[in-house]
Write a protein that binds this ligand. Structure first.
Ligand code: NDP
Length: 249
């Protein structure tokens, strides 16, 4: 499948590493100009931009905290003044503060919800204003398989990712009349810094639960994102696309 995103402007939150980097490079390779967001990893974001250029595309690093609505609005205003539009928004930035629910600190609960769910809301709201004027655009939210299944020891993360599915469906209904599609992708376990941080025993347990018997690769999430961003997916909205090796059916 050849996907042509020539002339489109994309914003990928958390594009500096892992899944976000693979998404940025894929969209750039297919012709989009990609704003690669990061919070603290400026060098890593610049490496992603270099990888976008090496793939024949282009992009720019853009630092802001998705959990701050003021910073989000400023960043989107900058994109508006530089490019005048956002065609593709990928809400990918996310963190996980794991631990037993009963001992979970308020701060860890709030921080996780704020970055993963509030952050996606702030960026979607700001970007949708530009998309509504253009009467076109697509928003792709990176949720998680555990947002569909639940997971012991990850109550804040799971709640944020389940919330993101609700946000996806509500925005899909609200923005459809303006020609904007909104979908979620629920990755299973993907090889990144986030999964490398899990202890070995837990990683072995995970593999047993995956019918395809392996972790996914960031590029496999990037492939799903680029399909949803492509003209072939114009009639798909409000959907949750599982990319999880069969872990949840
Ligand atoms: P990583 O931990 O490798 O990268 C996280 C990215 O998010 C980094 O670029 C980081 O930037 C950015 N980020 C974190 N907080 C903020 C913030 N407040 N504002 C802006 N950017 C921020 O994660 P993954 O690549 O593994 O995961 C990407 C997404 O996919 C996440 O939403 C995650 O929940 C989801 N996912 C991942 C799975 C996996 O197995 N890896 C499975 C299911 C879902 P910086 O370094 O600058 O802080």
């Amino acid at each position: 499948m050849t996907i042509n995103l020539e002339g489109q402007v994309a914003l990928v939150t958390g594009g500096s590493r892992g899944i976000g980097r693979a998404i940025s490079v894929r969209l750039a390779e297919q012709g989009a100009f990609v704003y690669v967001n990061y919070r603290s990893g400026e060098e890593a974001a610049k490496e992603t931009v270099a990888a976008c250029q090496a793939a024949g595309g282009d992009g720019q690093a853009l630092g802001f905290d998705v959990g701050s609505s003021e910073s989000v609005d400023e960043a989107v205003a900058q994109i508006k003044s530089e490019k005048g539009k956002i065609d593709i928004l990928v809400n990918n930035a996310g963190i996980s503060k794991d631990g037993l629910f009963i001992r979970m600190k308020d701060e860890d609960w709030h921080t996780t919800l704020n970055i993963n769910l509030n952050g996606s809301f702030y960026v979607a709201r700001a970007a949708a204003k530009l998309m509504m004027k253009a009467r076109t655009g697509t928003i792709i939210n990176i949720s998680s398989v555990v947002g569909e299944m639940g997971n012991a020891g990850q109550a804040p993360y799971v709640s944020s990712k389940a919330g993101l599915i609700g946000l996806t469906k509500s925005l899909a209904r609200e923005l459809a009349s303006r020609g904007i599609t909104v979908n979620a992708i629920t990755p299973g376990f993907i090889e990144t810094d986030m999964t490398a941080a899990l202890d070995e025993k837990l990683q072995e347990e995970h593999l047993k639960a995956i019918p395809l018997s392996r972790y996914g690769k960031p590029e496999e999430i990037a492939g799903a994102v680029s399909f949803l961003a492509s003209p072939d997916a114009k009639y798909i909205t409000g959907q949750v696309l599982g990319v999880n090796g069969g872990m949840y059916m």
